[in-house]
Design a protein around this ligand. Sequence first.
Ligand SMILES: Nc1nc2c(ncn2[C@@H]2O[C@H](COP(=O)(O)OP(=O)(O)O)[C@@H](O)[C@H]2O)c(=O)[nH]1
Ligand SMILES: [Mg+2]
Length: 468
Amino acid sequence: MKGAERKMDNTTIAAIATPIGPGGIGIVKISGPDAIASSLPLFRPFRSVREFKSHHLYYGHIVDPEEGVILDEVLFVIMKKPHSYTCEDVVEIHAHGSASALNAILELVLRSNRVRLAEPGEFTKRAFLNGRIDLTQAEAVIDIIESQTKQGLLMAAQQLKGGLSHAVQKIIRPLKDLLINVEAAIDFPEDVEIVLPPGKAEEILREQIICPLKRLLEQYDEGHVYREGATTVILGRPNVGKSSLMNRLLKKERSIVTGIPGTTRDIIEDIANIRGIPLKIVDTAGLHKTEDEVETIGIRLAKETISQADLILFMIDISTPLVEEDLDIYREIRHKKGILVLNKIDLPAHPSSCQVANLFPEIPHVRVSALYGDGIEELKDAIFKTITGQTDDEPRLPSIVPNLRHRMVIKKALSSACRASKNLKEGMFLELIAIDLREAVDGLGEILGATTTRDLLDEIFSRFCIGK
Ligand SMILES: Nc1nc2c(ncn2[C@@H]2O[C@H](COP(=O)(O)OP(=O)(O)O)[C@@H](O)[C@H]2O)c(=O)[nH]1
Ligand SMILES: [Mg+2]
């Protein structure tokens, strides 16, 4: 689908734009050609208004016109097209944040047969289809809504501002110029004026296309974890202090801690902010053999989570002797990225545990007391470094970070550009080179949404909540 062919439906849509649940304020949002006509008759301003101005707040009541009853005291705002989120006429009714008030207002709006309930992400989809934002910016809106740490938020805000679009456009421009040049040389072979010397074309490909594409891939590697997060599983035999460590990292009592082995029988997970990375921490029942039916299921689930984890925190209690069970656990996880967590350093160390770090030389180790909090900052550093692969203490956060979808497109465009460069060097037919350049131009257009399939759009916008 090319930008110019983007199809819009002309209906008016409405939805509750704020989370359902008690809150100070809740918003019903309406967008489309009948947004004003369908909502204005429901609003009774406190002071008479001769003409409603765009982008002005008006104070009054929402009244059911059929029964004449007041539903809520609200602020009412009209945003005339094209100066709105969707580029259409938009009305927002700022009511009190109660499910009953918001549902009653939405129901009134939907009584008009020209208004229907919005689908998830439909407001943002309209902003995209109307050309106000490109696809990377629409995706940034989801990322902002879903961001869990300030770093994730800053990255998304940069993308919403057009950071990634700008970087991609800066690559598409010389790529297109090059393509035009090559195509002209094919069409008018006798006209030597328009043909770029091959050395120059190669240089443009290398400097302005291949290098920046590679840099974008590096930025994905450096930054995507701030957006997508990572998962770590805490493993160790019963009573080593797994649940205590989870609570310590989360700074709350999430997992039950007792001196009774087998206390944690289910999978418990929650998200902690580790140096800006949203880290999903999973506490498990462990991997030991047990007769307990519930614990057995917990242990099976633990094994499943290990396979999906980005990092394992392998915990040992240094106040007790190392036992076969510790080694069994290590055998299960040795193929994964891991950190050895030596716990209970506040207690006298058992003589046999002094050498324990030497037994597992391949993985870094940190000494902690989950009970008192010693070593926790060092553990956070180790987690950060192991997940990001960064070795310096100051986290590096690239401001522009492609997502997985962008990365796949960039990789394809990069291999087309590299092929074109190689063929240029080898003096291959210009037709062949034009095919690769065209592929790269079209591919990169997909990032911005200039060339996109309907399925892809549906997939992206279905990730939104209703009302955004
Ligand atoms: N002294 C000491 N006790 C700890 C430490 N970490 C955990 N414990 C205690 O060890 C017992 C088991 O802890 P828990 O977190 O439930 O272990 P889990 O079975 O591995 O989840 C509890 O009594 C905790 O208070 C620690 O660092 N030092
Ligand atoms: Mg536990």
